[in-house]
Ligand binder design. Structure first.
Ligand code: SF4
Ligand code: SF4
Length: 358
């Protein structure tokens, strides 16, 4: 995995878009903050609190973002490291959320599945983290064992040698979409919808390990950027990241956040990235599909669907019918994008599915 991005101080840093988080009431424009200082609380499940990625001055604060101008001399309230090892599981989960990472609870009696596979083309971090950051991942597993002491660990791996010696593992095909969490769960449990069962990926365990080792808030994250892996400050702006990687978008290019199949395109480059961003790609004009043609009723979309949904029948329907009928018939859709990938007519199947199944 590539080195940390070092020369970040030339860039303006934004805190992640707030989008449900609540800035601390005491924050004021012009205020000095220290690296790691808490900026906002996020009460939503799956979201941790937000912290300053670097020391600086608050340049802007509004309902969408907190903008910090880096200033190494600025001193606010530097966070103290927490001794996480002393906390019982319930307090540990709350402390980890307070440090920036909220993990879904592990239902009693269910195995903890560690997914080492690449979930999707363009999401390249898992093999790099499992290969090169084993110590931090081991710390993440140690923390997971403290959080969910009764859970048995099962490794999902593409090759037997990728699981630790004497561990319980299952072999999963490396090809997309078999690494998607829903399909990994199905393969391991045999159930199509094992509710509540968690699959922890390498990135999640790495971030947990980082918190466990340091007792400090998350201020940086691993990110695949233009095909290489980096550590970047939380809240780094998309425009600055592209510039760092010498990626210059042309008027017809797409900026894709996360995977190349299931990711979404970004319209605004003047925005910071939060913890949910795992990859950023520049897709040249060649990646843009041509205008959609009418459905040819070839059936390829239905045959490609890994969970056998009637996507072909739905794709052929008129938009009005689609809007009326598609929701229940798409229950269980993985949003894997295979149907859209194989469609020779370039039908906007993912857009249609997201509208109803999203
Ligand atoms: S995105 Fe398409 S191929 Fe994938 S599960 Fe949904 S309907 Fe099936
Ligand atoms: S693959 Fe495309 S053209 Fe073929 S049936 Fe599905 S939507 Fe129609």
């Amino acid at each position: 995995m590539s080195a940390v991005v070092k020369d970040w101080d030339a860039f303006q840093i934004l805190a992640p878009p707030l989008d449900g988080a609540r800035p601390l009431k005491s924050l004021r424009r012009g205020q000095a903050v220290s690296a790691g200082e808490k900026l906002a609380l996020d009460p939503r499940p799956g979201h941790g609190d937000l912290h300053a990625p670097a020391s600086g001055l608050i340049e802007e604060i509004n309902e969408l973002e907190i903008v910090i101008r880096r200033d190494e001399e600025a001193v606010g309230r530097p966070p103290e490291a927490l001794d996480l090892g002393r906390l019982p599981p319930g307090d540990l989960a709350a402390a980890v959320k307070g440090l920036g990472l909220d993990l879904p609870p592990q239902p009693a009696g269910t195995p903890l599945i560690v997914n080492t596979l690449k979930a999707e083309p363009g999401l390249d971090l898992a093999p790099a983290l499992f290969g090169e950051r084993r110590e931090t991942l081991a710390a993440g597993l140690e923390a997971a064992a403290r959080l969910w002491p009764a859970a048995k660990i099962i490794w999902a791996v593409a090759r037997a040698g990728e699981a630790p010696a004497e561990s319980d593992f299952r072999l999963i095909r490396a090809a997309y979409p078999h690494g998607l969490p829903a399909l990994v769960k199905k393969k391991i449990t045999g159930q199509s919808d094992p509710r509540g069962l968690g699959v922890r990926g390498g990135r999640e365990l790495y971030l947990l390990g980082r918190i466990w080792r340091t007792g400090r808030p998350l201020t940086a994250m691993p990110l695949t950027l233009g095909g290489a892996n980096y550590f970047v400050p939380l809240g780094a702006r998309v425009a600055d990241l592209l510039s760092f990687a010498n990626l210059v978008p042309g008027p017809d290019d797409l900026i894709v956040l996360n995977g190349l199949v299931r990711g979404r395109t970004l319209g605004r480059l003047n925005r910071g990235l939060g913890l949910s961003a795992a990859a950023l790609h520049l897709v040249r004009n060649g990646g843009r599909p041509g205008p959609a043609a009418p459905c040819r009723h070839c059936g390829q979309c239905g045959r490609a669907c890994p969970v056998s949904l009637p996507v072909e029948a739905l794709a052929a329907e008129e938009p009005r019918e689609w809007l009326k009928e598609a929701g229940p018939r798409l229950a269980g859709c993985l949003l894997c994008g295979l149907c859209a990938l194989v469609c020779p007519a370039g039908r906007p199947l993912m857009d249609m599915i997201r509208l109803k199944a999203g």
